[in-house]
Ligand binder design. Structure first.
Ligand SMILES: O=C(O)CCC(=O)C(=O)O
Length: 284
């Protein structure tokens, strides 16, 4: 039984103390249309261009549409597409742009460190049961309390497309036991019987969700016939907080042959965001 409630919407025009208090209370902040349409469209087009037409923009709906076989993270098709996406300079650079950094600083109240690992999510239909199970990033990224996730909708996302939902206030109980699970990440955390109220909402293109490292969150299944949900996310923390070594790799670099920074950086035009963490003072 679930009694979902809508995300509480935050605005960058609110007082910083108010935003931070809400973040500490709910464990997340949801900002409507923070990222401009043009930025989302360009990034989405670049991601789609790496799929070899397996996912393409439907001219009628303007939404990514599955043209080939369904796939999920770590499937053969995904393993071919994902290294190409990881190699995109604009995908990595996006999280280092001024507006994105400003938003992270607003929530943190201090200078931030953006994790090198950047994630792109491609949730296709036809893969029910493999969606991201409930988990806490504090466990999966070995991170402390100032780490947070920042997730961006690259197009409008409605319920059947597989939205991301959070368990409000769940960060207050610390890091939970985990169990093996099907789906992205392979583990799920314990959910207590009284935890039936998730916060979730349809997203518009450019909506941003920021969630505390211990906030339980998960993805809904994509139950559409052909629409694909695409979003991007990364992690950040207060500058100087400890960052675990696994976060310094390209996402899935640990299991896809040749997916390393050398490969990722091969065709980049600038060096600004290459190996920028090497000087970071608190890696472990
Ligand atoms: O977008 C998704 O499907 C999953 C996002 C997520 O769980 C995360 O960023 O940790």
């Amino acid at each position: 039984m679930s009694d979902n409630q809508a995300f509480v919407v935050s605005s960058v025009n609110e007082e910083q103390e108010q935003l931070q208090a809400r973040f500490q209370e709910l464990g997340y902040l949801f900002f409507k249309r923070y990222v401009p349409d043009a930025t989302c469209n360009d990034l989405l087009a670049s991601l789609l261009a790496q799929t070899g037409q397996q996912v393409a923009l439907d001219p009628a709906s303007g939404l990514p549409t599955l043209r080939g076989r369904p796939f999920v993270e770590a499937d053969t098709d995904w393993d071919i597409i994902y290294p190409r996406i990881q190699a995109l300079e604009e995908f990595h650079g996006f999280f280092h742009t001024r507006p994105m950094l400003d938003l992270m600083r607003l929530v943190s109240g201090t200078e931030v460190f953006v994790y090198p690992m950047k994630m792109a999510r491609i949730s296709t239909p036809g893969k029910i049961g493999y969606e991201t199970p409930p988990h806490q990033d504090a466990y999966s990224h070995h991170a402390g309390p100032t780490m947070a996730g920042i997730w961006v909708a690259l197009h409008d996302i409605s319920a059947p497309m597989g939205r991301v939902k959070v368990l409000p206030g769940s960060h207050k109980g610390g890091v939970r036991k985990v169990f093996k699970a099907a789906g992205v990440g392979g583990v799920q955390c314990e959910i207590y019987p009284d935890e039936t109220c998730w916060h979730v909402a349809d997203s518009a293109r450019g909506d941003v969700l920021i969630f505390h490292s211990a906030t339980v969150h998960k993805a809904e299944p994509n139950t559409t016939d052909s629409t694909v949900r695409m979003s991007v996310d990364t992690r950040f923390c207060d500058y100087g907080a400890p960052v675990f070594s696994t976060n310094l790799e390209p996402h899935h670099g640990w299991r896809i042959d040749g997916l390393d920074w050398q490969r990722v950086y091969r065709d980049w035009r600038h060096k600004d965001y290459q190996y920028y963490w090497k000087e970071y003072p608190n890696l472990f």
